[in-house]
Design a protein. Structure first.
Length: 205
């Protein structure tokens, strides 16, 4: 009888221990590495969604990705402050090109920051852009954006692309290494030398 009671107690204790083990595992906090991966994934997902909105030329969706007081520093163009100014920049960009295409080549995301390599192709055949009348010429640009994301919204972006190359492609500047570019460079150097000579004759003020 005593042996039977002892055996029953042993089985009961084993069952209670087995029942507690899953609960104990669930109560354990997630590893820091797992949290970091989740944050990085959330940032990457938000950033990719933003560029999908740009590719779709969806101004409303573009604005929704930004915090109301966000700052977009497009180095060749200037700083746009607030959701309204940012949307207006894209509105002007979309109006300038009837066939603008935006694609993302690569995204590298951290817990709060992301780097995005992008490409824009189209034809400057629509409305004026940044005060420049359309030339009807095609363009193909590659650039890099650095984005800061907080609480599921973009706080700031710094964007880089080759402004001189864009000017060449739309006809504002002559093609690289062309005769026209060499003539322009020679004229610029001549004016610079003339100014230097005039300043040397005047002497120190």
């Amino acid at each position: 009888m005593a042996a039977s009671v002892a055996e029953t107690r042993t089985r009961t204790n084993a069952q209670e221990t087995a029942a507690k083990e899953p609960a104990a595992k669930e109560a354990q906090p997630k590893a820091p590495g797992r949290r970091r991966i989740t944050k990085r994934k959330a940032v990457e997902t938000h950033v990719r969604s933003y560029y999908e909105a740009i590719a779709a030329r969806d101004l409303e969706a573009i604005g929704e990705h930004w915090r109301e007081d966000g700052v977009d520093d497009v180095v060749p163009l200037g700083v746009k402050r607030g959701r309204g100014e940012i949307q207006q920049m894209f509105r002007e960009m979309f109006a300038a090109s009837s066939d603008l295409e935006t694609t993302v080549s690569r995204v590298v995301a951290g817990e709060k920051m992301a780097a995005v390599e992008w490409r824009m192709r189209g034809t400057f055949d629509g409305a004026p852009f940044q005060g420049i009348e359309p030339t009807g010429k095609p363009f193909d640009l590659r650039g890099l954006d650095l984005l800061e994301v907080e609480d599921g919204q973009i706080v700031s972006t710094t964007g880089y692309y080759d402004g001189a190359e864009y000017a060449r492609q739309i006809g504002m500047l002559p093609p690289q290494d062309s005769g026209a570019e060499r003539a322009m460079t020679s004229a610029f150097n001549a004016v610079t030398k003339l100014r230097r000579a005039v300043n040397e004759r005047r002497g120190p003020h």
